[in-house]
Design a protein around this ligand. Structure first.
Ligand code: 3H9
Length: 659
């Protein structure tokens, strides 16, 4: 027994309790305490069953990630779990919160598992570049069958208790609030009926043709999906061992594969981004303040962004009003929101009841006077400083004094917008990314005048909205768009040097980006960036600056929406194909500008593109627009499809020794 694990007895039942806040991670103290307590219960002749339960917000949420990368300390988790698995007395894991990774593996080594119906379970190791390393790949297939184990382990997804019960991972779920009482009932009934269950390690998985077919099918699917990430395929290798090797050998191989993953660059990167995302949500003490609750919101402008933002609020049960300039536009906006919700219902992403409830929270108006009691107003109107200043002037007159006024501008000067308001301390940026109801990233943009209270409130709200929220400062393009612009600029320079859009895009996709930069411009509309550049008060003195994109915009080739951009789009199928005329147009301009033409190898393209981001990132940090390097990684991974397993551009640049 130690400070984090304790044992008590009630009749014939021992209760082992883990109390290691915040998430009961399996630190060395927990592992050794657990081992000691189990041994104590085994040596007590009066004890016939053992309950394993946790205090606080959750059952064990996994191994202690902060210990990773350091020399492992005994007792090792697989050995502790072998003791649980071989225990002469049945152990019942009683789970609440999130039983994840090593936490679920601990439960799998127990003879029985019960959970609150609100609990969630999962083996998220692949999301950290690892595989389950304490028997998960050997025990879960034996308990839940191959298909469910492959699904959970290679995706890392968390599943609700009900689904876990269906999979056979849980023996019982309870709606009783007192989990310990439910576990005691379960233990007593089990003892009365007699414990007939075999140890997991003593069970076998058939090396049958059916199981081999499941594995082969999964391998084909994973190879298509992995896009450069290694750990799901390593996990698959380990799961195969559950079929072809005896338990002990499978366990030994799992440990070897786990240790190899632990030393990999991908796991370092994924662990970095795990902690970076949590660090981004924390405010420096100098600006942390008690956050207020937001009970109502309004969005000025029912365009694509405004609609998406409105849905973000309805999705978390906050009433939201869409403000438009006339009834027709308003009706269009509300219909579009309803259409999106209907589509989500058809796709099975929400049910009909959720669709109805969410839609009921979305209302509309054409009057700013209707915002008198609204807690938060987000302006998502046309990107024009004067338009926005006039909206904020009106909001200043109509909104209550403590309402927070935010703008969704992507690059305009927020201080200039705030100066239209009598109290600029309540003005800040809430920069969502399109489509706003789907994209994970949210930039909260502070000006020197924004109050600590407004910042804290928006950072808390960002988390509630399910966004990865990063605090940044005011400056053209803030942090995200400014870095993306540096990446785009390098891509445009590479195009001027004679690389084709398809070659550039393929190079970046092969590197792991979700889309290539030219295809992204075509999708979002080449005129968007063009118009923003026209409004940049300090454009660089460089005739090559975004020249290919500007050239296309000047010719009216705006991307997908005009059927032609960096690619040509089939009007019937939307299929993109190389456009030799466009390539020649760009090359002609390059000749005019005296840019040498050359053939760049893929690796050089990739390194130049990432270096450009990292260099801009350093400038952003030096200017105080962002607080931490790791915040910039959070931005790229959640906003621009940067491969998570590369940890973000700043992490990559650090590993490469560029910074
Ligand atoms: C594993 O288990 C390997 C095994 O197979 C084999 C071993 C041999 N360790 O996210 P939150 C901290 S791999 C250390 O803000 P939430 C976190 O940093 C592991 N610390 O709360 C934060 O600290 P701080 C498999 C951890 O309610 C605080 O807890 N497990 C760990 O939004 C609160 O976290 C996972 O991958 C940890 N394992 O979400 C689970 N987990 O306050 C990873 C959390 O100082 N964890 N912390 O910033 C999660 O997914 C979420 O944290 C969880 C709670 C859902 C649990």
């Amino acid at each position: 027994m130690n400070q984090v694990v304790s044992i008590a007895t009630e009749g014939q039942i021992a209760i082992i309790t883990i109390d290691n806040p915040p998430v009961n991670a399996l630190s060395q103290a927990v592992r050794s305490g657990l081992l000691e307590c189990v041994n104590e219960a085994v040596s007590d002749r009066n004890i016939h069953a053992i309950i394993l339960i946790c205090t606080g917000r959750t059952f064990i949420a996994g191994a202690d990630i902060s210990e990773f990368g350091q020399p492992p300390l005994e007792p090792f988790l697989p050995d502790v779990l072998e003791t649980l698995d071989n225990c002469s007395k049945p152990i019942i894991a009683a789970m609440h919160g999130t039983a994840l990774g090593g936490g679920l593996e601990t439960a799998l080594a127990c003879r029985y598992r019960i959970a609150l119906d609100s609990a969630r379970i999962g083996l998220p190791e692949v999301t950290l570049g690892l595989i389950p390393g304490a028997g998960g790949t050997q025990r879960l297939p034996r308990i839940a069958g191959l298909a469910s184990a492959l699904d959970l382990i290679t995706s890392g997804r968390h599943v609700a208790a009900k689904e876990a019960l269906r999979m056979g991972v849980l023996d019982q779920i309870t709606t009783q609030e007192d989990l310990l009482a439910a576990a005691m009932d379960f233990a007593r009934q089990m003892l009365a009926a007699g414990d007939s269950r075999q140890r997991i390690s003593a069970t076998r998985l058939e090396d049958s043709s059916e199981n081999r077919a499941i594995l082969a099918d999964w391998e084909t699917r994973l190879r298509k999906k992995a896009r450069g990430q290694e750990s799901p395929l390593v996990a698959l290798e380990s799961i195969k061992n559950a079929v072809r090797l005896p338990f002990a050998e499978g366990l030994e191989k799992e440990r070897e594969l786990f240790m190899a993953c632990m030393g990999s660059a991908q796991s370092r990167a994924l662990r970095h981004i795990f902690f970076a995302e949590r660090a981004a949500a924390k405010l420096p003490a100098s600006i942390a303040d008690a956050p207020a609750d937001i009970h109502s919101a309004a969005i000025i402008g029912g365009g694509t962004m405004g609609r998406g933002i409105a849905m973000c609020f309805a999705n978390i049960n906050i009433p939201v009003k869409v403000i438009e300039t006339d009834q027709d536009r308003l009706a269009q906006a509300l219909e579009a929101i309803e259409r999106t919700y209907r589509k989500m219902t058809v796709q099975g992403r929400i049910n009909e009841d959720q669709q109805r409830r969410r839609m009921a929270l979305v209302t509309g108006s054409c009057e700013h006077a209707s915002l008198a009691q609204t807690d938060l107003v987000i302006e998502a109107a046309f990107e024009n400083l004067e338009v926005k200043r006039s909206i904020f002037g009106s909001l200043d007159r109509h909104c209550k004094a403590d309402a927070i006024l935010a703008t969704n501008t992507s690059y305009l000067d927020i201080e200039a917008i705030a100066s239209a308001v009598s109290e600029p301390s309540r003005v800040l940026g809430m920069h969502f990314f399109s489509p706003a109801h789907i994209m994970k990233l949210l930039e909260v943009v502070r000006t020197p005048q924004t109050s600590a209270g407004a910042i804290s409130t928006m950072m808390k709200l960002g988390k509630a909205l399910g966004k990865r929220t990063v605090l940044v400062g005011n400056g053209f393009g803030f942090a995200a768009n400014r870095m993306y612009s540096a990446y785009g600029r390098e891509g445009q320079q590479i195009l001027l040097e004679g690389v084709t859009p398809a070659h550039l895009d393929q190079a970046m996709k092969n590197w792991g980006m979700a889309m290539g930069p030219a295809a992204v411009l075509d999708m979002s509309g080449i005129d968007i960036g063009y118009n923003a550049r026209q409004q940049n008060p300090h454009p660089p003195d460089d005739p090559c600056y975004f020249r290919p994109a500007d050239l296309l915009a000047e010719h009216g080739y705006l991307g997908r929406k005009s059927g032609r951009g960096f690619y040509r789009y089939d009007p019937n199928t939307g299929q993109a194909s190389e456009d030799l005329e466009i390539i020649e147009l760009i090359r002609g301009d390059a000749r005019r500008l005296g840019v040498d033409q050359r053939d760049l190898p893929e690796h050089d393209i990739q390194q130049r593109m990432i270096r450009a981001i990292a260099t801009e990132g350093e400038a952003i940090l030096a200017e105080g627009i962002a607080g931490k390097r790791s915040d910039l990684d959070v931005i790229w991974v959640n906003g621009y499809g940067f491969p998570r397993w590369r940890g973000g551009p700043m992490h990559y640049a650090t590993e490469m020794g560029w910074l």
